[in-house]
Design a binder for this molecule. Structure first.
Ligand SMILES: [Zn+2]
Length: 453
């Protein structure tokens, strides 16, 4: 085959390969969407759903952002958001959202502008009104060949929310979603919503523990109910709040700290109690065959999310079988994350979100990872909050994967067949294997479920 035709074939193959998205929030974030999800969405609300909202809230002048009231009243015009776009147009994130909007609500101009604002806005409003948010997302998934998607969830999500849906819709959601339970709240850390999810869990489990022993039994029930409801993995986001380094803590000490109450402990004492609870939660998850996805890298200070903090977990005898995905490549410590993925049998290098943060970074990191990490250890996901951002991110990820593989094929580092098998491995086989959803391949990791029966 001519080189040119080979690359065309590679592009066609990547575009047509089913994708198992390792990371998403779009199916209703932590608690899920209301049963009637045909609430109006506007172009403004899609643009401001996640990353641009985050930036404008943290590092940009607030005057650049139209007021919430203006937005909610639907009285937001292109001119209102133009000052914000002016400073964000160069971002990969904006590029991805814009191309996702283009795919789902086609427009011809180079960019979203004064001329096309109203038409795109109308198309978005119609889509959400006609299909509702969940169905619109499923339509986007089908269009982009995303057949499975990890959704970062809470216990109320997998019970109260999913049970509230009509039977048929619940089935459709469950066919797509691969649910991951955030553990943070159960160890008294994490975002406010995770603390709320813990409080709601007491009512769901119908246990109101007063001592550490009872609390651990409550946590065990949470994981059992989560798994029974279709849950497939657990997630830690703790590095937004504390270090990922989890020390060994004596049970007596933990009992004492628990009896004082987490809300009155000093910061350092709370850290000790958290260490104990996190370790116990992970032992329980491991016993139930639930792998762990960890938010690493992006945190302030970044040393909190340094993937090297996870070495103690990976070397812990009581967690020997626990699979750990180092999410977001551990960036800015991606080198450490790669050393770990090529050292520890059950450690995975997960580039979810990295190419969306920066295409250039995504290309470099994926290229290096392919050079030095066995391909069965590499995972990838989108990490978006709307169908539009998600759609643009899938296009972006597949383009990054193509660019990197095409370069290596062109330089004869490997041939087309190898490039195709790498693409298939990253997009589909690896997440199946990570979640124990399919046949185990012969990588030497013992299948717990099987060895027990
Ligand atoms: Zn995320």
């Amino acid at each position: 085959m001519k080189k040119e035709d080979e690359l065309k074939e590679l592009k066609r193959f990547i575009d047509n390969t089913n994708f198992f998205d390792m990371h998403s929030h779009m199916a209703g974030f932590e608690l899920g969407t209301p049963v009637d999800d045909k609430r109006p969405r506007t172009l403004y609300s899609i643009l401001m759903n996640d990353y641009l909202a985050y930036l404008s809230g943290s590092c940009l002048d607030r005057q650049l952002v139209p007021s919430r009231k203006q937005a909610i009243d639907g009285k937001c015009s292109f001119n209102d958001i133009e000052p914000l776009l002016r400073v964000c147009r160069g971002l990969t994130t904006y590029y991805a959202i814009r191309e996702g909007i283009r795919l789902l609500h086609p427009f011809k101009e180079d960019d979203i502008c004064f001329q096309n604002w109203k038409e795109i806005d109308k198309s978005i409003q119609m889509a959400y009104r006609k299909y509702g948010e969940r169905k619109w997302q499923r339509i986007a998934c089908k269009k982009l060949k995303v057949l499975k998607q990890v959704h970062i969830a809470t216990l109320p999500y997998v019970t109260t929310h999913l049970d509230s849906l009509p039977e048929k819709e619940k089935k459709s959601q469950m066919e797509l979603l691969v649910l991951s339970l955030v553990l943070d709240g159960y160890a008294f850390t994490g975002f406010e919503i995770q603390h709320r999810a813990r409080e709601m869990s007491f009512d769901i489990i119908r246990k109101y523990p007063r001592n550490l022993q009872d609390y651990l039994s409550f946590c065990n029930d949470v994981l059992d109910v989560f798994k029974k409801s279709g849950g497939k993995s657990v997630k830690l986001l703790i590095s937004y709040f504390r270090t990922l380094r989890i020390e060994n803590v004596d049970e007596k000490r933990a009992q004492h700290l628990f009896s004082i109450g987490f809300d009155v402990l000093s910061k350092s004492a709370l850290l000790v109690l958290q260490d104990f609870l996190l370790k116990q939660l992970l032992i329980m998850a491991n016993d139930k065959g639930l792998p762990l996805i960890v938010h690493t890298g992006y945190s302030i200070p970044t040393e909190n999310g340094d993937p090297e903090n996870l070495i103690c977990l990976l070397q812990d005898n009581s967690l020997k079988e626990l699979k750990i995905a180092i999410s977001h490549s551990g960036w800015p410590n991606e080198g450490k994350a790669m050393i770990m993925a090529r050292t520890f049998r059950n450690c995975y290098f997960d580039i979810s979100w990295t190419p969306l943060l920066s295409q250039t970074l995504g290309r470099r990191i994926l290229s290096e990872a392919l050079d030095m990490v066995p391909v069965n250890k590499i995972l990838v996901g989108t990490d978006c909050g709307t169908a539009e951002c998600f759609a643009g991110t899938v296009l972006l990820l597949k383009n990054v994967l193509y660019d990197v593989l095409a370069e290596k094929v062109t330089k004869k580092e490997f041939n087309l067949e190898t490039a195709k098998s790498i693409a298939k491995s990253i997009l589909w086989d690896n997440p199946i294997e990570f979640h124990n959803l399919g046949k185990r391949s012969n990588y030497g990791i013992r299948n717990k479920e099987k060895s027990r029966s």
